[in-house]
Structures are given as structure tokens and as C-alpha cells.
Design a protein around this ligand. Structure first.
Ligand SMILES: N[C@@H](CCC(=O)N[C@@H](CS)C(=O)NCC(=O)O)C(=O)O
Length: 281
């Protein structure tokens, strides 16, 4: 059973539900539905931990298709992770959730006041979300997610695919499970990831953090996309090729909020990510 927030209404235009018995007086429920603290799930987890905001963590196993179970579809009909429910309002889209978290809660500001830095923060978040992440995701689905899932009973898998609400997701899952991404699709994604990693390194040659002199949501966004890359065979991010990015990854890993964020993981935890530990000199 998915949690008390199953009573949430969907989207800001819906009226708040009349029955709020599941909340204590004066308290606003904050529940985050997430997978491992990585990629889109890692973004709101780390933003909440950086702000120091307490939340109810609800782990969904993406490899078990928990995100397409009827209970969760009643919360997020798109069947994607993450989703956050605050005071009965359901929010999806990880970058928009992070902006909400920064605006709605006390704690250190995660969006720079300086207009140029704020522009750079938004520029990088858009680049990550629209260009870098889809390419990295195709490679990850082909290399990791598909092989992890395809060992299961074929009929059960087909039933799982049929239950996916969005057509583009049914196509992506089928390609990952049956290994049918074309060589051209994979080569183009690899080219994009290489281009994005080089551009990211160039930016860090000029700025301490992604947006400039201030740590921001853009660091959180990019970190959750990049932090696993030095451990993959692609070779686009690593000590020789991208030393600035590696130094930034070490700095990000050392932040106390990162350690707390990984406490919400099952496979990916702080102590399993040895490639993010700064080598002792
Ligand atoms: N644009 C959305 C994308 C969400 C998304 O694609 N999440 C992935 C996990 S990182 C997911 O739910 N995959 C499972 C599926 O599509 O079944 C966001 O930023 O939240």
C-alpha cells in the first residue's frame, strides 16, 4: 500500500481534499516518492537535504515497475519517478520540484540572487534536462536497466510493459528489455554525452560551481546526472580527461547533505561510491 498521501489530488488547479485526518494539526505532510538517489530521483532528495527539510521518504523500486502500480498511478498518473506531495498537492518533474523546494522552505538559498548566475543556473538545468540526460539515460537503460530486468519471465514482462501509461515509456522499456536500441541511436547518444561532458568541464575551468561562485540547484541537477559516469566504461568523465569535473565531484561528495541523501538509497549508498572519494595525496 502506497502511503497516506494516496489521498492527494493531482495538480495545483484541483481543490484541496476535504478529509485531512491523515495530517496532524498545523502540520503539512511532505512525502517524496523516489527510486535510488540518482538521476531524477536524486535531484529533489538532495535539494531537500541541502535545505534541511524533513520529509517522508517513500522508496519505489523502478526495476520492479512499482511506478506503474495502481496505487502510485493514483498519485502520479504519468507513472514516473520522482513525485512529491506537499499539503495534498502532487508535483512531478524533478527540476520544477527542486525550484519549489527552494522557494517553499527555509534553509540555505539554492538559487543565486545575481541575475547572471541565475541565468547560468537555468541554462545548465535546461541543457541537462533536454540534451544531456536523455542521451545518458538511453545508454544507462541499454547497458544496465535492460539487462537487469530481461531475465524475468517473458510473459510477466510483457504484462508489465502493457501496464505502462505513457506510450513513449512503453517504447523505451521495450527497447531496453529486448535490446533493440539501434546502433545509430546509441552512437548519437554517446556523441551527445561526450559533447556535454566536455562542455561541463570547460564551464568548471571558469567557475567554481556550475552557475558561478555560488552553489546552486544546477550543481544538484548535474551531479545526479554525472556522478556515476567515472565508474562506467565510456571514459567521458575521469581524472585524466576531466580533472575539474572530478574535483567538483569530490567537493559534491564531501558535502554533508550528499551523505544524508544517499541514506535514502538501497543499491547506491555513500560508502559504495568509492570512485567519488578524493584520492589521498
Ligand atoms: N522529466 C521527468 C522524468 C522522470 C523520469 O523519467 N524518471 C525515470 C527515473 S529517473 C522514470 O520514472 N523511469 C521509469 C519509467 O519510465 O517507467 C523528471 O524530471 O522528473
Amino acid at each position: 500500500m502506497i502511503g497516506r498521501a494516496v489521498q492527494a489530488k493531482f495538480g495545483p488547479s484541483y481543490p484541496a481534499p476535504g478529509n485531512r485526518n491523515f495530517m496532524r494539526k498545523g502540520e503539512q505532510m511532505l512525502t517524496l516518492y523516489h527510486w535510488e538517489p540518482n538521476a531524477n530521483s536524486g535531484k529533489p532528495i538532495l535539494a531537500l537535504e541541502e535545505k534541511g527539510v524533513a520529509f517522508e521518504s517513500h522508496f519505489l523500486d523502478l526495476l520492479n515497475f512499482d511506478q506503474h502500480a495502481p496505487d502510485y498511478l493514483r498519485i502520479n498518473p504519468d507513472g514516473t519517478i520522482p513525485a512529491m506531495v506537499h499539503d495534498s498537492v502532487m508535483m512531478n518533474e524533478s527540476t520544477a520540484i527542486m525550484e519549489y523546494v527552494d522557494a517553499a522552505f527555509d534553509g540555505p538559498a539554492l538559487r543565486p540572487d545575481d541575475p547572471e548566475e541565475r541565468w547560468r543556473m537555468r541554462w545548465w538545468m535546461k541543457f541537462c534536462d533536454q540534451y544531456f540526460a536523455p542521451a545518458a539515460s538511453m545508454i544507462g537503460w541499454n547497458a544496465f536497466i535492460g539487462p537487469m530486468v530481461r531475465k524475468r519471465d517473458p510473459q510477466e514482462l510483457q504484462r508489465k510493459i502493457d501496464a505502462i501509461p505513457m506510450e513513449e515509456r512503453r517504447i523505451a522499456w521495450s527497447k531496453a528489455i529486448y535490446g533493440t536500441f539501434t546502433p545509430e541511436e546509441l552512437a548519437e547518444s554517446d556523441r551527445r554525452v561526450a559533447f556535454a561532458a566536455a562542455k561541463f568541464e570547460e564551464n568548471l575551468e571558469r567557475h567554481e560551481w556550475v552557475a558561478g561562485g555560488t552553489f546552486s540547484l544546477a550543481d544538484i541537477n548535474a551531479f545526479n546526472l554525472i556522478y556515476f559516469m567515472p565508474a562506467t566504461p565510456d571514459g567521458h568523465v575521469g581524472p585524466e580527461k576531466t580533472p575539474r569535473t572530478m574535483d567538483w565531484l569530490y567537493r559534491m561528495y564531501e558535502r554533508p547533505a550528499s551523505k544524508r541523501a544517499w541514506s535514502h538509497g538501497r543499491m547506491l549508498t555513500w560508502d559504495t561510491l568509492s570512485h567519488l572519494q578524493r584520492p589521498s595525496s
